[in-house]
Design a protein around this ligand. Sequence first.
Ligand SMILES: Nc1ncnc2c1ncn2[C@@H]1O[C@H](COP(=O)(O)OP(=O)(O)OP(=O)(O)O)[C@@H](O)[C@H]1O
Ligand SMILES: O=P(O)(O)OC[C@H]1O[C@H](OP(=O)(O)OP(=O)(O)O)[C@H](O)[C@@H]1O
Ligand SMILES: [Mg+2]
Length: 283
Amino acid sequence: MKTLKIAIQKSGRLNEKSVEILKNCGLSFENYKSSLISTVTNFPLEILFLRDDDIPEYVQDGIADLGIVGENVIVETGADVSYLQKLGFGKCSLKIAVKNDSDINSVAQLDGKVIATSYPVILEKFLKANQVEAQIRNISGSVEIGPGLGLSDAIFDIVSTGGTLKNNGLRPFTSVMDSQAALVCTPGLEFNTEVLELVQRIQSVLRARTTKYVVLNVEKKNLKAVVELLPGVKSPTVVPLFEEDWVAVHSVIDEQDFWVKINSLKAAGAQGIVVMPIEKIIT
Ligand SMILES: Nc1ncnc2c1ncn2[C@@H]1O[C@H](COP(=O)(O)OP(=O)(O)OP(=O)(O)O)[C@@H](O)[C@H]1O
Ligand SMILES: O=P(O)(O)OC[C@H]1O[C@H](OP(=O)(O)OP(=O)(O)O)[C@H](O)[C@@H]1O
Ligand SMILES: [Mg+2]
């Protein structure tokens, strides 16, 4: 059995969640970032701790078989990697922003202006597609201070809550791409047995995160109405209660329509509703 290598961010926004998702998959390893490599003791896997910018190319070239990295970095590097799964964390957007008092309000008005960014490739493509000629200033970090220092007329950077833009007196006016962390692999490894096993484990953890386990009591005469609201993984489990006319129903509910469902269940006669988190869902 080949030992796979997975590259994750050494420190920064994606490190903690990357380690967490691997641990939730039942992988046992020491989070020794100082040694830059860690061996998983119960799966044929080694973890490489890298700067996120280097991950796509390591995976493309097969130095690492797998990687967890932001889609923004994959697109910026232009690396040829295969997407296995979006991971639902590290969610952000790449936006163009200007000073609050700037009179720039459209992409066309960026013509002839200076834009500071750490994402010159994505920005250049976007400007070209919009037939705008602007000067791109490549900066490796703290891009948001550019306009305040007179370094640039606009910036193109990561925005999540918008707090950093606000603190620097900037306002966004165009979103170029949305991004989140993704699990990727070297092209050709998509159907490798261990890769498939890992993807299946990650998917079961992700599925569990968006669902809740629900147990409720209902009088038998209302059972049909309640069950119709509960699809479950297959169909709900119905267990008799000591009180003859009553049953307990066990099911799973998608977090997205959770409160709507709970209210409909109550209206249909459900009582004593208990909601619990789920660790994994294996289908
Ligand atoms: N504010 C944010 N909210 C959500 N996700 C973010 C945010 N900022 C960055 N990200 C995502 O996390 C990734 C890593 O961000 P981070 O700021 O740690 O990068 P970095 O400073 O380039 O790290 P490194 O030292 O590894 O090069 C980004 O490429 C992006 O996908
Ligand atoms: O919209 P917000 O929620 O404010 O997030 C956006 C900020 O987050 C990232 O930086 P980070 O804080 O990771 O620091 P860095 O510049 O050192 O990468 C990004 O580069 C932005 O500056
Ligand atoms: Mg980086």
